[in-house]
Design a protein around this ligand. Structure first.
Ligand SMILES: Cc1ncc(COP(=O)(O)O)c(C=O)c1O
Length: 291
């Protein structure tokens, strides 16, 4: 992601990011000397964006050069949102009208639930030449520490991105790349099994959180659950999580870390269910004592 931004975005240009966002996109943009432009996803409308607002924000920047790239993370961390074909079409239309790149993060592409489908925006008409598709092995093959990712983009773009990647990292560890080549040859049933496995865990953790009194959003993809703490406590997200860790041995991520202004996320926390069912049972027992 950072290699793509550094390669395609010049200092002083703008990068559009939907909020809440995976933490790295803001800093990646700032490191490139560019400015993040934030568009909210609405919690009360299934984390959808307002297409009129998206257009307005893009139009507003047009006089100063417009936005250079939009970062699209679907399935989304932290919300679990899976952008619909209609939403992708709206973004694709704007990308072509206002001439910007779409840099994707599709790392959860194989983890979707309830009949939702992941659609790569690069496949939409007119998008192939302006999309940098990014994915990785971490989530699909449960090797989150390996930091092995890949991009698919038009040749002139990968030329710049590959140089930037070389200057940043030289390259990913060769033995890990060899293992990745083996992993990528598994047959299609592996991917179906993966989503089914996570679906069981999603159900387990959702049941626990709802019973304890969290207000939850059901994720349609990825393996996180956002939960509102308002009915449980007046503490901030950080205070609440510190207590959760110290008193119950259960950890979550403060919602504020997914927002530019901490206050916007201070009533929510993010739980992860990429854990064994036994561990999730243990979480259930521990959170039953929450007071
Ligand atoms: C949306 C998203 N992108 C990227 C990453 C990290 O990717 P990698 O493991 O390839 O470094 C994560 C990990 O949490 C993530 O949630």
């Amino acid at each position: 992601m950072i290699a793509s931004i550094l390669a395609l975005v010049n200092p002083g240009e703008r990068v559009l990011i939907f909020e809440p966002f995976y933490e790295n996109y803001g800093p990646d943009t700032v490191i490139a000397g560019a400015e993040p432009v934030i568009v909210p996803l609405a919690p009360d409308r299934d984390w959808s964006f307002d297409p009129a607002q998206l257009r307005e924000v893009i139009e507003k920047t047009a006089e100063e050069g417009g936005i250079r790239a939009l970062i699209l993370n679907s399935p989304n961390n932290p919300t679990g949102k899976v952008f619909s074909l209609e939403e992708l079409g709206q973004i694709a239309q704007l990308a072509q009208e206002f001439d910007f790149y779409v840099i994707t993060d599709e790392i959860y592409e194989h983890i979707v639930y309830d009949g939702h489908r992941h659609h790569p925006i690069a496949l939409l008409p007119g998008m192939r030449d302006r999309t940098v598709t990014i994915s990785a092995l971490s989530k699909t093959f449960s090797v989150t520490g390996w930091r092995l990712g890949y991009i698919i983009a038009p040749h002139d773009l990968t030329n710049a991105i590959r140089k930037m990647h070389d200057f940043l990292t030289v390259g990913a560890a060769a033995p890990l790349q060899e293992a990745a080549a083996v992993a990528l040859r598994v047959d299609a049933s592996y991917y179906e099994h993966l989503a089914e496995e996570y679906e069981r865990r999603r159900k387990r953790l959702l049941t626990t959180l709802q019973r304890v009194g969290f207000r939850t959003w059901t994720p349609y993809g990825a393996y996180y659950i956002l939960a509102d703490i308002s009915d449980l406590t007046d503490e901030t997200d950080v205070q609440f999580i510190r207590r959760l860790i110290a008193d119950y041995g259960v950890a979550a991520v403060p919602g504020s870390s997914f927002y530019r202004k901490a206050a916007a996320g201070s009533r929510i926390v993010r739980f992860a269910f990429c854990k064994t069912l036994e561990l999730l049972d243990e979480v259930d027992e521990r959170l039953a004592k929450l007071s």
